[in-house]
Design a protein around this ligand. Sequence first.
Ligand code: SF4
Length: 212
Amino acid sequence: MNQAKRKLILERLAATIPNPATELHYATPFELLVAVILSAQSTDKGVNKATAKLFPVANTPAAILALGEEGLKEYIKTIGFYNSKARHILALSRILLDKHGGRVPETREELEALPGVGRKTASVILNTAFGQSVIAVDRHIFRVANRTGLAPGRNVLEVERGLEKYVPDAFKKDVHHLLILHGRYTCIARKPRCGSCVIADLCEYPHKSGLA
Ligand code: SF4
């Protein structure tokens, strides 16, 4: 795919997705960190439902620690893998208090040193909480980048490198959410909605479905 086409794809997506933002509800970097950890292999909707009750009671590392493991689990037990997620959230809360003055750090290295925080979660926090032009690649982005030809890759790291290389600077901050939302609602996994896709004429996927 050439750069002119890439730019056109991103311009079209930006025009149809005027507010490219996470669908997780949060008000602070710590709330976002907790929500992103809870969202692994779970829906944003399910996470929002749980955090709507949790955050008014505990939305700081100290308050989470005060809840304790059993207390925290009561709020998140509807979410998959809540046992290990609760342990990670408690352990990272302790580290945030002990090493970072209760604040979420703003570097990848410090973020990835926290329990339960891998490359993708760190990238989401850097991008969404701190406004850095970091591109986190999740399953939606992996699929869309490969299908369209925007940045093909055999694994998430290859796609991430491709997006970093090919996405024009003007779109680097928003491309993460543009591609997630496009993948979540239009370029869905099983049967992409190519008939209503605004980039159908530019996309290089050979198996488009639903076109007239
Ligand atoms: S045309 Fe189809 S495969 Fe291509 S991006 Fe749109 S929905 Fe996805």
